[in-house]
Every structure is written in C-alpha cells, then in structure tokens.
Design a protein around this ligand. Structure first.
Ligand code: PLP
Length: 228
C-alpha cells in the first residue's frame, strides 16, 4: 500500500478464491481498511465459490470516482451482465451460504488427497501444499527434466504438430506428453509467464475418484520415464 501511495497506483484486488482458504487464518482483504479504499478495485466472481462459471457473473466494488469510469467501459463492451445471471447471483448470495461451506470442505479433502498422492513423487515433481484456491503447481526436478529430454528424443514429435513456441518450452511438451500418453489434461506452467516454465498446474476441483485416476496415470507415465 505504501508503494501504491508513493507511485500513485491503483490496486486491483482479485478475491475470487477468498472462500477457499485452507488455513486457520482469517481472510483479510484490503477492502477492510477504509484508508486504502480510494485506490482499491475489489473484484469478486460467482464462478468459484458458487460453482457458477457458466453464468458469467461477477461484481466489483470501488470508489465512485473509479466506478464512474469503469461503468463507461463496461457499458460500451457488454451493456450489462445478463439479467438472468444477476438474479441467479442474488439467489446465491441469499441462499447458498451453507453450500459454500460444503464446497470448501470438499475442496479441503481434495487438496489433502492430491497432496498425499503427489508426496511420493517429490523426486520428480516438487510442490508446496497450497493454502488457498484449488490448484497445485508442482515444479519438475532435474531428474524429471533429464529423463524427459531422453524420452523426447525417442518420440516422433512431428505428430504433435507443435507450434514453434511450444517446441521450445519444456512445460508445454511435458503437458502435451501427459495429455497424449497419460490422458491427463493440465496447464503448462509457462502459461503463467517465463517463471512458470518448470511447472505444471493441476486443478483439484474434480472428484476424489478423478484425482486418484489422474495421479495413477501420471505415476504410470513417470514409470515409463524411469525405464529409459
Ligand atoms: C484468479 C482468477 N480471477 C478471476 C477468474 C475469472 O473467473 P470468471 O471469468 O469465471 O469469473 C479466474 C478464473 O479462473 C481466476 O483464476
């Protein structure tokens, strides 16, 4: 906040995962501090906490001096959020508080499960227990990178029809290998910028059965790499 004051910056606070906090700490938002509000644009989407991704509905809160400008752009782009979705969002706020808690508990169990499943793979994929949201972001170890490089040489990557940018990216190729070989769809870390390059992003939003199947398939793929 001091930095924002010093450089006259606005802060965009994207709090879509605020309901998926798995520690005992209480969630703190900058919006709690009145002194920050002039610089703050708070965003919340119904997609995550209320599992309403398809409804395309969200809201923001900001100082009036900012919302007047934001509305001008919003109006020109989309006129308004679909009215049916606005009603659905209202219904969620009024009626779904308990469901939100149920989701959080389910995600907490899934988080525990995926971390347990990945624990024995730390030689290949190192990760930290996520404290919030529903993703793990494991980093490939040197062992995985070396084995993958050897494996890759034995494959006919032409069949993958890679774009140049993908050809040069380890995480892209690893993600595609997992897609084609292990039938697991995940996001290559490079999608989050160059620092993500050695990582994979897995969402544990799926059922516990799917999480187990996913890790089983990944383990089988790693066993193949081990043989090389
Ligand atoms: C951090 C974050 N913010 C915002 C969004 C946007 O969600 P939606 O466009 O479904 O409202 C996402 C979706 O993945 C997200 O991960």
């Amino acid at each position: 906040m001091e930095l924002a004051e010093k450089h006259d910056l606005l802060i965009l606070s994207d709090e879509v995962y605020k309901d998926f906090l798995f520690t005992r700490e209480e969630f703190t938002t900058l919006a709690q501090f009145p002194a920050f509000r002039k610089r703050l644009i708070y965003i919340f989407s119904f997609s995550k906490a209320y599992a309403m991704t398809g409804w395309r509905i969200a809201f923001l809160a900001a100082d009036k001096s900012l919302t007047e400008k934001i509305i001008g752009i919003h109006d020109a782009l989309v006129t308004c959020a679909p009215v049916v979705s606005q009603w659905a969002a209202l219904g969620a706020l009024e009626l779904a508080q308990e469901d939100k808690a149920t989701f959080r508990e389910a995600f907490s169990r899934r988080r525990k499960l995926i971390c347990q499943e990945f624990e024995p793979l730390q030689d290949w994929l190192e990760f930290v227990n996520p404290q919030a949201a529903y993703f793990i972001f494991p980093r490939a170890t040197d062992k995985l990178k070396r084995s993958f490089e050897k494996w890759e040489k034995q494959q006919d990557l032409k069949e993958w029809d890679l774009r140049l940018q993908q050809e040069q990216s380890f995480s892209w190729k690893l993600a595609l290998a997992l897609l084609y070989q292990a039938k697991v769809a995940l996001v290559p870390g490079v999608a989050f910028g160059p620092q993500g390059e050695d990582h994979l992003r897995l969402c544990f939003g799926r059922s516990e059965k799917d999480i187990k199947l996913t890790t089983k398939r990944i383990k089988e793929f790693l066993k193949e790499l081990e043989k090389i």
